[in-house]
Design a protein around this ligand. Structure first.
Ligand code: ASP
Ligand code: MG
Length: 437
């Protein structure tokens, strides 16, 4: 069971999490994020330190510490447990203040980021203790790891996790940190922002869990972005493939990397709502459950790169040369369309854009435009759904569609629109494909 930042971000919510994990006696591992807002704050502390602005870093540290001390006065009711939690908080903030005084580097910034999950789990543990709930805290840094390419390996994680679990026979409740891990150099590292979902899926796979529950603040994956479109509904069942497409193309509820461990090790995933624990949420399993359009998601900040060349006409090897440039700069391509004299493709970050454009220029005219959104329309066998393209395009009259990708995947039709048209596009598709205004 993994609980996200908002699920532990207030003391009352943490109380609720304790209720949820003790609802039945099934053995479980509970994975927690940092309290909401903490990781962002830790990021900003690291940024201030990197700039040499220690005063700002110190101020932010003080403010965050005050927040934690306030948090435990509501979380806990007994003096002894408050004293214990207070000592935990002081220890972690003392560590941050020590970092303030030494010269800053990348490894230290990872140490800073790890404090959020370390504190949330320890404070939760003190609360469970206060309530007399038997449990063990599992240090994720002792079993969660990534290799030199930042990839985790389930068999290795399993080996270490099993050894630790074996030390606690008879314990049915374990609590551990999401997000944090050790890297190939043995340093503290993490699975990137939002990585607690990934931790949960890896742990579920490693432990041979019967289910991986991801508890957030929404009742499952919705058919459209509920922050933008008014009438949306939770999807009952998704296949791993559909969920992967939705997560990758912007459904914020689930970290995209968290799909593969569950899929590969055949652990069903359920997305649930801490605020509405009895809602069914979304079940993600191998089978899609139904065919046709399931959901729409949008990914922002997309850059379109277009290479036009009349020399491309009838030339072979052109696409290879273009792709090699992106490969050289380790920049993944999301969408691609070609015509006889041009190729358009999209990337989602501009880190190496200037260099890429420079190297593409010998092949033809290169044009780049920024701030587009990819709208992904996802569903099992969607490409074979009758009239699907007609329905998509008749819904979108008036929207200046820049690119379309159809047929590349059985589960996805993607269109590229200017970022400013995203909202309208999502609303029009909600009406055209789901009949909801
Ligand atoms: N606390 C980390 C973050 O905010 C990891 C997570 O919550 O998934 O990115
Ligand atoms: Mg998250």
């Amino acid at each position: 069971m993994k609980f996200g930042g908002t699920s532990v971000g207030r003391p009352e919510r943490m109380h609720q999490v304790a209720d949820l994990v003790t609802r039945d006696a099934e053995p479980k591992i509970v994975v927690l994020s940092a309290l909401s807002g903490t990781t962002n704050t830790l990021v900003s502390i690291g940024e201030s330190m990197a700039k040499g602005d220690r005063d700002t870093a110190r101020e932010v540290i003080e403010r965050l510490e005050a927040h934690y001390h306030e948090f435990i006065t509501i979380l806990l009711s007994q003096d002894a447990s408050r004293a214990k939690a207070g000592a935990i908080i002081r220890e972690h903030f003392e560590f941050l203040r020590i970092i303030l005084r030494i010269s800053f580097n990348d490894a230290l910034s990872k140490d800073i980021l790890a404090q959020g999950e370390l504190m949330s789990t320890k404070l939760f543990s003190v609360y469970l203790e206060e309530k007399g709930i038997r449990h063990e805290l599992l240090p994720a840094l002792e079993f969660m790891s990534i290799d030199a390419y930042e990839e985790p390996h389930v068999p290795e994680i399993r080996q270490r996790l099993e050894a630790i679990l074996a030390k606690h026979p008879g314990v049915g409740l374990f609590v551990t940190q999401g997000y944090i891990c050790r890297n190939a150099r043995g340093e503290v590292d993490n699975l990137k922002r939002g990585g607690s979902d990934y931790s949960a899926s890896l742990i579920a796979a490693a432990a041979g869990a019967s289910m991986c529950e991801i508890w957030t603040d929404i009742d499952g994956m919705h058919n459209n972005d509920p922050r933008i479109v008014e009438r949306t509904f939770p999807i009952e069942q998704l296949s791993f493939d559909e969920a992967a497409e939705l997560a990758y193309f912007g459904a914020k509820i689930l970290h995209p990397a968290s799909i593969w461990p569950a899929q590969h090790y055949k652990v069903p995933v359920r997305l649930l709502n801490t605020m509405q624990p009895d809602a069914r949420g979304t079940l993600i399993v191998e089978e899609a459950g139904s065919q046709g359009v399931k959901a729409i998601a949008a990914k922002d900040g997309i850059i379109e790169v277009r290479v036009k060349s009349s020399r491309m006409l009838l030339a072979y090897g052109f696409l290879r040369k273009v792709f090699e440039v992106f490969e050289k700069y380790r920049t993944p391509i999301d969408m691609i369309t070609t015509s006889e004299v041009a190729v358009s493709l999209t990337i989602d970050h501009a880190t190496h854009l200037d260099a890429i454009v420079r190297e593409l220029e010998p092949f033809g005219d290169v044009e780049t435009t920024r701030d587009h959104s990819i709208i992904a329309i996802v569903g099992n066998q969607i490409a074979q759904t009758q009239d699907i393209l007609a329905r998509v395009f008749s819904s979108l009259s008036g929207v200046p569609v820049r690119m379309v990708s159809y047929g590349g995947s059985d589960h996805n039709i993607s269109i590229l629109v200017p970022g400013g048209d995203k909202k309208k596009t999502l609303q029009l598709l909600n009406k055209g494909l789901f009949g909801l205004d």
